[in-house]
Design a protein around this ligand. Sequence first.
Ligand SMILES: [Zn+2]
Length: 388
Amino acid sequence: MKKLFYIFFLLIFSFAQGIELKNVGIAKYAVLEVNQDRTPLRDNYNEDAKRLSHLFKDTVLFADKQTDKYYRVELEPKKYAWINKEFVEVQGIIPEKRFEGIQKLIFKTEKDNYELKIITPQKSAYTLTEDNDNLKFNLFDNRFDPIEAKITNLSGRFRLSNKFEDELKIDFNNDKKLFGYGIKATEEGYILNIKRPPKINKKRPLKGIKVVIDPGHGGCEKGAVAFGLEEKNINLQISKILRKELKKRGAKVYMTRKKDKQVPLYSRVDFALEKNADILLSIHQNSLPNPKDVNKKHGVGTYYYHNQSKPLAASIQKRLLEATGFMDDKVNNRSFALTRPSEQLSVLIECGYLIYKPEADKLIDKKFQKMIAQAIVKGCEDCLRENY
Ligand SMILES: [Zn+2]
């Protein structure tokens, strides 16, 4: 009892000091519980660090070290991740990791998707990583015993490959490029969903494809402002033409806003999820923190985050460069709220720089806007035709 008290005191002391938590006697881990959805799990202890995944509320983690702002979480021996202290509550200190197990794995192959239901009483950390056209799913801190756990319909593209007993590792082998994947938390555990690319009609590649258009900003969020112009209005104008052009090619189109109103970023993301979108296009006009730099840096740029969205970004960029004659502001890998969704191909397009007069003059021109919209449509078609 005395010894336990001593350990407890030392741990509280080291936590309070904000110094690194060291192994003290037998005690080792702080048990953390995530306090909100979409909590980033990072590969390092700063805000620029790469996001490994987004955790759900109530996820349980085990921290072994800390900085002032971050806890270090051990995912497997010698494999670590970091989580901002704002997003977790400390539940206690324990000498050894304690966790529940996986009870069932239920695999399903549907017409439109592959699904894996993971039944477990405990939400634990996961990562979902693209490896070329394949996907690797790891669920950490969750005891997996292939003999004890009930496994239904394991076949086809999924492969169980366990390294550790306290981890579930599943590889998904795809035959085409990935076309969207995601994980949901449920009462019972998790559902992993991987979309099957639709059969593409080579003449009308967009036929039946669900596209969500997101006209950036809106309402009191004006976006870039220059020469008496507001970005939000141009975004909406181009988006409306884009909707018409996409519909002509047989796509099913939804818009996150149809008029000048404020829409929170994550409502836009949720909207695309709700519509089960295949493609998410966020439409913007660019600016720079220092407007003087615009003589050197301007033009059209396209952004993606997950590798599966890169071919789409590249083909849209190619068509936009041809159509606009603008400078190439490149295909960029960037973490934005609207590029991060993995459930569909997600791309953000900066049609030009509103703060650069020669481009601004064109971006407000109706005919030019139509050219932009048509170029985006062609980019989508090229990507679908060539990759799926
Ligand atoms: Zn913008």
